[in-house]
Design a protein around this ligand. Structure first.
Ligand code: NAP
Length: 276
């Protein structure tokens, strides 16, 4: 705990918007000792979500401006359509000391910069829900006035919540399609695998646990060995064995085309929302 406190260096981190994503990031930062709970301040209009921040030992407020006044690093985690009004509200409190990070899907860096004072240091992060178990897959892009110091600081914080890579902003909407929305696609696949097992007679609870663990284990092998999925798939496929029969059924069902279309559709929707 002492080491964690030393690493956090008394840094104060704010959250404007205290829903699922804010909680996931705050939880990861606290768990990893990047910030102490009492140095986190979250704001939201109601207590609905703030009570979970209070349970983590964080401070809470109904005033977004108070977050800006107290914290040099602020995550904006409201729904995208609410964010512009929130930025207009807090803009007068933004100083050269602030680092401002939006996690809102589809809100571009140029929109963020237009709504904030000139030279505001702004970054955009596309997170996903597994941040809550420190297994997020995130990308970030920096605005005109955020340099490598800000990017490095943010990346070192967010690594507490999973993987975080810097990308050109054009790839952020693709990440939303692949990974933000991808969590739901993977859930649909996990559910379908389990239901196949239930159909064949396995109890439901066991089938869902085994399906989820199969996804987890496969993902770990891919990441730890740095293998292409086609290689691992080939390794599992004995000629004339069970797996190739199953893969044939998946190909007949169009799994691959459906998954590609899902990412394409979600990316296009993210781009469409960005233009609104
Ligand atoms: N969830 C995901 O998987 C995911 C993935 C990628 C990106 N994101 C992005 O993360 C952001 C938050 O998503 P979420 O799922 O965490 O949403 P959420 O659970 O609905 O939380 C939204 C939060 O914003 C608060 N809020 C509403 N109006 C506000 C205002 N005027 N000022 C300050 N706070 C206000 C809400 O307050 P109350 O607590 O009072 O309701 C709530 O705490 C979104 O922009 C989304 O695009 C989410």
């Amino acid at each position: 705990m002492a080491a964690a406190a030393a690493e956090s260096g008394g840094r104060r981190v704010g959250f404007v918007g205290a829903g699922r994503m804010a909680e996931a990031i705050a939880h990861g930062l606290i768990q990893a000792g990047k910030v102490e709970p009492e140095h986190v301040l979250a704001s939201a209009p109601s207590d609905r979500n703030l009570c979970r921040f209070q349970a983590m030992g964080c401070q809470t407020t109904h005033s977004n401006l108070e977050v800006l006044h107290s914290c040099p690093l602020v995550f904006f985690a409201t729904k995208p359509h609410i964010l512009p009004a929130v930025l207009v509200e807090v803009a007068p409190a933004v100083t050269a000391e602030h680092i401002l990070v939006s996690v809102a899907a589809g809100v571009s860096l140029s929109t963020l910069e237009e709504l904030l004072p000139p030279k505001a240091r702004v970054l955009r992060v596309s997170p996903n829900l597994p941040c809550i178990v420190q297994e997020g897959a995130m990308v970030m892009a920096r605005g005109c006035h955020a340099g490598s110091y800000e990017a490095q600081l943010l990346r070192s914080l967010l690594e507490a919540c999973g993987q975080c890579e810097e990308v050109p902003e054009a790839q952020v909407d693709i990440h939303t399609g692949l990974s933000g929305s991808g969590v739901a696609f993977v859930c649909a696949f996990s559910e379908a695998l389990a239901e196949g097992a239930v159909k064949m007679g396995m109890p439901s609870g066991l089938a869902h646990r085994i399906a989820a663990q199969t996804l987890l284990g496969t993902a770990k092998v891919l990441l730890q060995k740095g293998q292409h999925p086609a290689q691992l798939r080939t390794d599992v496929c004995t000629p004339g064995g069970t797996t190739i029969y199953g893969l044939h059924a998946l190909e007949q069902g169009g799994l691959r085309a459906a998954a590609m279309s899902a990412v394409e559709a979600a990316t296009c929707r993210a781009r469409e929302l960005s233009r609104k």
